[in-house]
Design a protein around this ligand. Sequence first.
Ligand code: ZN
Length: 283
Amino acid sequence: MNEISREELKKYMDQYQLDHTIGDLTPTLCALFGVPEPAECGAAGVAAVVDQAEHLTGRPGGIARGLIFCPDAVGEVHRQKYPEKLARVEKLAGFRIPSASVMPSVTPVCYGTIFSGASPTVHGIRKYEKPVLEIPTLFDVFAEAGKEVAIVAVNGCSIDTIFRRRKVDYYSFRTDAQSFEMTKKLLEEDKYDLIISYYTSYDHLSHKHGPYAPVSEDALETAVRYFEELTALTERVWQRADRVIAWVPDHGNHVVDEHSGTHGTNTPEDMVINHFYRLRAAE
Ligand SMILES: [Zn+2]
């Protein structure tokens, strides 16, 4: 447990009176798959999720397959605004884990924390920049444990960039639609233990047209539909595997003016988000 990470992550949890940080994703996945946590982790596994997995599989670390869907910039504020959309995610998932993001609440800083469990001071990305992370991440410990991992994302985005140079297969495309198709193909082939599938369109359109513009709402609807379709596919292709499916955004966003939105501030709209987990046992 890295104490600097712990203190920094806790600061935002305390500020927003939340029991979880976005960094909890990494220790949670490590516990589910029976893999050691990365060295600089200061976050903690989500006990409710880890306990339920142990109950379902009959042992600790019994999960064999995972799909992590990452819709950029979908926060608690969007669940308030579009309750029926996020209720569809919650219905499939079962677990909704309200979590505090980190500062500055921009994509590479946040996903750096999400996939390492380390705070920004410790992982080293402290502004909007996309260097390859130097510290151990989820991808390092999964590779060391012999797990096969794929990252599917649009070209040059944070997730496509900052976790390079690991024993991971990187699939990068120009559009979310192509990433979605590749995610389905990889699920069908069942070559991977863990697949990360990133979705950028809601964030992209929110910056350009505003978080609540019709085109942005359409993109959020597409994210929910992708999650539904991918979850349905896992029910078929991973039927014989103990498995986890998760909805893992990085931060929220807020309105700037009539035509644009942004994020990066230490305010509830940007900092309070939900991670959702779905666990299923092999049939
Ligand atoms: Zn983002």
